[in-house]
Design a protein around this ligand. Sequence first.
Ligand code: DC
Length: 225
Amino acid sequence: MIIAIDGPAAAGKGTLARRLATKYGLALLDTGLLYRAVGVKVVGAGGDPEDAATATKVAQELEPRDLEAETLRSDEAAQAASKVSAIPGVRAALLQFQRDFAHHPPEGKNGTVLDGRDIGTVVCPDALAKLFVTASTEVRAHRRFKELQERELDAIYARVLEDMKERDARDSGRDVAPLEPAEDAFVLDTSDMDADAAFAAALDFVASKDRQDRVRLEPRRKHRE
Ligand code: DC
C-alpha cells in the first residue's frame, strides 16, 4: 500500500502522514526533509541555494547523516529547501531514492506513506490513495506562528504570513514538479478542521480506495486459485 500526501506548508500533512502510517503499519518518509537537508548543506558551505550546479552536486552526494541535522526544522532551512527544490537536477537526484523507499519499505512494514509536494503527481503516480491536504494561507500562517511561540522562538505573525506566501508562490510556480493536486487526489481542506476530523476524513478515503482495489484484484485472485 502506498499513500501519497501532498500539500502546502503547515496544512497538516505531517500529522496526518504519521497517524495513517501508525494505523496501517506503514513506513513513513517526510520528503521535505531531503530538500531541507540539501538546502542546509549548500547554505552551510557558504553557497547560494539558487545555484543549480552547487545544489545538484550536494543532492547527488547526500548522505543519511545529513538528514539528522538539528537545523532542518528551521524556517531558514524551509526557505533554502524551497529554493533548491526548484532546480531540476536536485529533483532528479532525489527521485530514485524516494521511489525505492516507496516500493521497498523496511522489513515488517505493509507499505509506505510519503508526504511532500509532488508525490501523487511525480514520485508515486501509482499510489493507492492520493491526498492533497490544504488550508487557507492565513490559517496555515497562524498554525505556524503558534508552533513557533510554543517552541519559545521569536516570531512576528506578519512575517510568518509573508514567508508562507513567498514559499507557496515558489513551490507552486516552478516549472518542474510544481505543487498541485494529482487528478485523482482527494482534496482535504483542513481550514475548519482539527487534527482528529482531518484524520477521520482521510481514513474514510483511504479505506474506500482500499476496498476498490480489493474488488479490482479479486477476479485475478480467483482465477489463480
Ligand atoms: O514539507 P516541507 O515544508 O518540509 O518542505 C520544504 C520545501 O521542500 C518546500 O517548500 C518545497 C520542497 N519540497 C518539494 O519541492 N517536494 C517535496 N516532495 C517535498 C518538499
